[in-house]
Design a protein around this ligand. Structure first.
Ligand code: ADP
Length: 542
């Protein structure tokens, strides 16, 4: 017997229709590429996303055709999120920080038909358009009078004239909720990038889950600042959850420096912000020397790489902002776990609570986790045993776009490439990427632990730990450190700083001071490149 409830497909168009009807006057504020502040409401997003849909129909774009973006977080990008997916096309957000060759490769692989770009990326588009063989239409996200005359880019229109002549009336089509809605390529640190292809269903389920109190906890009372880019896993799904909850959205545009972010938080009375640790590092770096405080910010979600304990402390202790540590990946839409305490933890000492907060958190309903050993056997949840982290759930990839890389699943589970522990309460903690694991004398050393300790030193701005070949121990950890401007610390002081904080044999053998640590397109440390930089390095102990 089937249930007798309405079988309405879960479609992204439903989100924007809801936002327009039930919180049409909710505000969307954007810092534009031009530098000024633009503000309008959810009902305007809905109207203009219908114009986007009409513009795509006018081009005779087919169902599931790909429309690419190279854009910052802003209102026009938001309209594309709903107009492209809502009309049955697939939104392909491209990370502009990728190498131009890689961008052209991705656009061809995705067979993008349209490319919409912020004017910041005009030189990039000029450099790659000749190599992008499938793109029929280029759309510059600007007013008609800002369109460059002799850009050399064929079939270029301004966004405002592209949608301007279109009717704001449009009936969102109904189709199978399993249809593709958007896609995002992984950064491809090994081999060519592969795309996760999200569906309407996976996106809506993820949007519901993300809004839950123990996840992002978004509500109609929040003003949310997604600093995490809309080109990186759909800004962790915030645009969708925002339409679902009716929160105010505040977009930072290209201005991600500490001063700009702080000013926007204060001017728009942001209550909630989300981003990667490197961005928050810049924000904290601006607050401290200027003696600034937040008047509205209550919570911030930090993920994408391990959040250093010193950062959680600074937000909590110095600024009264709660930090929610989150973990996920492109292949998971991206949310997998989020760290919030359970009822039984509330009576614990602040130090014991902190130990939990450092972890990447508990599985969100919809995602299941397990850790496995070398033979694929499931490992115990004792908070100590390390293993390869596997996940499954309705917003986790089943396979990559065009079947690239073959079947990624192992007995229905997706191997994340992360190494983690899970404790008896289900809190997962990442210790490493599997390719970055340091194996010393048959024991694993967590590079994240070593980095976190270094980052707690006042003179350390950034730290990256890698394993170096050792004749006796196989590998020994070495930590590369960038000093804070104007501050000093010696190798000996830093090595001493580790004493008592981890087991003696886990203390790095050496500290190497460097100018910068190479970062990838999503702001994560590129340890492969760091290892190349250190290829002539010799361990003092070897
Ligand atoms: P990429 O394309 O670089 O894989 P993703 O955003 O998909 O970009 O990266 C996912 C990876 O980022 C995870 O598998 C994990 O290694 C790392 N990561 C994400 N969040 C955290 C976190 N909170 N702590 C530690 N590592 C994290």
């Amino acid at each position: 017997m089937l249930g007798l409830m309405q079988n309405r497909p879960l479609l992204i168009s439903g989100l924007i229709a809801h936002a327009e009807r039930h919180h049409g006057d909710g505000e969307i504020v954007s810092r534009r590429v031009e530098g000024d502040i633009h503000r309008y409401q959810w009902r305007d997003v809905a109207r203009r996303s219908r114009q986007v849909a009409n513009a795509l129909d006018a081009m005779n774009l087919l169902f599931s055709d790909r429309v690419a973006t190279l854009a910052w977080n802003g209102y026009r990008h938001l309209e594309l999120y709903f107009g492209v997916s809502g009309s049955g096309r697939v939104l392909h957000t491209i990370n502009p920080r990728l190498h131009p060759e890689q961008i052209a490769w991705i656009a061809n692989h995705a067979e993008d038909q349209v490319l919409c770009f912020d004017m910041t990326f005009l030189p990039l588009v000029q450099a790659v358009h000749a190599k992008c063989s499938t793109i029929k239409q280029y759309v510059a996200l600007c007013e008609a009078d800002k369109l460059p005359q002799d850009s050399g880019i064929p079939n270029l229109v301004s966004y405002e004239s592209w949608i301007g002549g279109q009717s704001p009336e449009y009936e969102w089509p109904a189709f199978d909720e399993n249809s593709a809605s958007s896609m995002c390529y992984t950064s491809g640190t090994t081999g060519n990038p592969k795309a996760a292809l999200y569906s309407h269903r996976s996106t809506i389920l993820h949007a519901y889950a993300a809004a839950l109190p123990d996840v992002m906890g978004l509500s109609a009372r929040d003003a949310v600042l997604p600093v995490v880019p809309m080109f990186h896993v759909n800004a962790w799904g915030i645009p969708y959850s925002a339409a679902l909850t009716g929160c105010k959205l505040v977009f930072p545009g290209p201005a991600l420096d500490g001063k700009s972010v702080y000013e926007l938080v204060e001017a728009e009375q942001v209550t909630y912000a989300a981003g990667v640790p490197t961005v928050w590092q810049m924000l904290l770096g601006h607050l401290k020397p200027n003696g600034l405080r937040f008047s509205s910010l209550k919570r911030t979600v930090i993920g994408g790489s391990a959040c250093p304990p010193a950062m959680i402390d600074a937000f909590r202790e110095d600024y009264g902002v709660e930090v929610l540590h989150a973990w996920g990946m492109t292949e998971m839409s991206p949310l997998g776990t989020l760290c919030t305490l359970k009822n039984k933890h509330l009576t614990m000492s602040p130090e014991d609570q902190m130990k939990i907060r450092l972890k990447q958190g508990r599985a969100i309903y919809g995602v299941d986790l397990k850790i496995v050993g070398d033979a694929g056997e499931e490992l115990p949840w004792d908070g100590k045993t390390f293993g390869d982290l596997y996940v499954k759930g309705p917003w986790v990839v089943r396979e990559y776009f065009k079947g690239e890389g073959g079947d990624p699943l192992v007995n229905g589970w997706f191997p994340t490439g992360d190494v983690a522990t899970i404790d008896p309460d289900g809190y997962m903690q990442i210790t490493d990427r599997s390719k970055d694991v340091i194996k010393s004398g048959g024991e694993w050393i967590s590079s994240i632990d070593i980095e976190n300790i270094a980052m707690a030193h006042p003179a350390v701005q950034m730290a990256a730990c890698v394993g170096m070949r050792h004749p006796k121990w196989d590998e020994r950890p070495v930590v590369a450190v960038v000093k804070r401007p104007g501050m000093e610390v010696t190798r000996e002081e830093l090595l001493k700083f580790y004493e008592g904080k981890i087991a003696k044999w886990q203390i790095p053998d050496d500290v190497v001071f460097v100018e910068t640590i190479p970062l990838g397109a999503t702001g994560k440390m590129l340890k492969t490149r760091l290892r190349e930089q250190l290829k002539d390095y010799k361990l003092p102990t070897a």
